[in-house]
Design a protein around this ligand. Structure first.
Ligand code: SF4
Length: 101
């Protein structure tokens, strides 16, 4: 599976993905004032992905093509599973559910 964004078939390391996630989160905070999600919620999201049949190559979501480590850090993102948001833990803000993505 190649990256939908750049077409690269070369997978980044987990350290590179973490750096990318932090850069995305920092730019989001700068651009629209959205702070990264708390670490506990991010961990819950990543654990949910680890048990999901849509997890590809241990790092990508097959439904959106995102690196889950990056997507899970963004409070404005939800899980794109066609059967419903698997990151809905019942204690998240309404803003997350209504946001794009
Ligand atoms: S569908 Fe949701 S739970 Fe499954 S890998 Fe994608 S983001 Fe994670």
């Amino acid at each position: 599976m190649a990256c939908r964004g750049c077409g690269s078939a070369e997978l980044p390391t987990k350290g590179e993905i973490e750096r990318i996630a932090e850069e995305i989160a920092a730019s989001r905070e700068t651009a629209v004032g959205v702070r990264p999600i708390d670490e506990e919620t991010r961990s819950r999201r990543i654990l949910t992905c680890a048990a999901c049949e849509a997890l590809a190559m241990e790092i990508l979501c097959a439904h959106c093509g995102c690196f889950i480590a990056a997507r899970a850090l963004d409070p404005l993102r939800k899980c794109p599973h066609p059967a419903g948001n698997r990151w809905a833990f019942g204690d998240e803000t309404p803003a997350e559910e209504s946001a794009a993505g």
